[in-house]
Design a protein. Sequence first.
Length: 358
Amino acid sequence: MSLMASQDLPPGDDARSPADRRLSLGSPDSSPPEAVMLLGPTASGKSAIAMHLADRFELEIISVDSALVYRGMDIGTAKPTATELAAVPHHLIDLIDPSESYSAASFVRDARRLIGEIRGRGRLPLLVGGTMLYARALAIGLDDLPAADPAMRAALDEEAAQIGWPAMHARLATIDPQTAARLEPGDSQRIQRALEIHALSGRPMSELIGARHTHTDAPLALLTMALEPADRSVLHARIAARFEAMLAAGFLDEVAALRARGDLHTGMPSMRCVGYRQAWRYLDDLEHGIHQGMTGPVRRQVFIDESVAATRQLAKRQLTWLRSMPQRRVIDCLATDAPDQVAAIIALACAVPKPVGP
């Protein structure tokens, strides 16, 4: 499971267009794809399937995860282990410090370069992750949205500190009801971005997202597969179990070390990652002796419940994104033969490389 930042904002039904079909090129009756994308919600088993594919194909993995780019954020992002990184070439992992930012535009630039380099080595580029904004930007181009404005964000954060994010959400509903309807009142990151876009452009974000920005380069032929659960309750159980495993692996110690640096805060994209922002708030409460009238064990359980609930909401948004890709190849991530199904689709669609195993 990747507790990723997920800057994704699910598109509405009206966002579907013929351009989205570029997400699924490479069917048996078309030219071989230039790259394969394996997408899915958190805890759908993307990483495990990717490692299975590496046993059968000559490939290199390109991360499509907005949290894996940060160094020092390993446990809460379910970063590949040192053994996995040594066994298969991985890219776009540990790129920047948590104090820095990485955008969808940066991802598109880096991913296109890597796809060319990997193909030049005679290997298959396999893009794996759940940051759907990145996947969509690579496949159909970037939306023409204004760049982040630190001063504007600071002003919005200051106002939210005074009136609360639910009130900011209510304001968004008056200027961009379509976007507000998709966001929870406490979803500070996405509410802030939508308000920022409106303030900078004078237009609602939903309107700008509908006006697609064209590729500056030729569109890529991508074969896209989506790991989606036939039973969402099983995915929810996986999310809860994986978060408990992260806690056992030292997740709170990881966040405590990040807090102790002194140069990070919860307004940064890195610290807004799901799981990290809840852990930061929990550690703040412990440091200041704030238990909200609860005993220590009860307060800890509230933190766990909040983190799991936020991760479930992330998975819901990711699945909404996937449903907007009508030509994707859907594989039930709960099926025992899901890895073999993915491998069979790749073998059928790709002229090279050929499977190297059973």
